[in-house]
Design a protein around this ligand. Structure first.
Ligand SMILES: [Zn+2]
Length: 87
């Protein structure tokens, strides 16, 4: 599974940032690390009820201080993904 198939959104300092449009190499590395770590853990997960993939929103004041939210079609998927992330 390619990491590009995992849906990520970044919101830095209240602004939406498209990871594909980030040109700063340091930021790019940070984004790639987050995406790789998350997709390595839960990238292949699908909802058992709806066969939907989760989406991830990373937000914070800057790339060094990010929190992540998991979005899914229903609580079942969100719980499965959160369980996978905490392993
Ligand atoms: Zn679902």
């Amino acid at each position: 599974m390619s990491k590009l198939e995992v849906a990520f959104a970044f919101e830095i300092d209240g602004k939406e940032v498209d990871p594909r449009e980030v040109t700063d190499p340091e930021m790019k590395t940070k984004i790639e690390k987050i995406v790789e770590s998350v997709s390595g853990k839960v990238g292949g997960l699908r909802c058992p009820h709806h066969d939907e993939a989760p989406r991830f929103v990373c937000y914070g004041p800057n790339f060094d201080d990010l929190s992540m939210e998991v979005h899914g079609c229903c609580d079942a998927l969100v719980n499965i993904v959160k369980g996978g992330l905490s392993d």
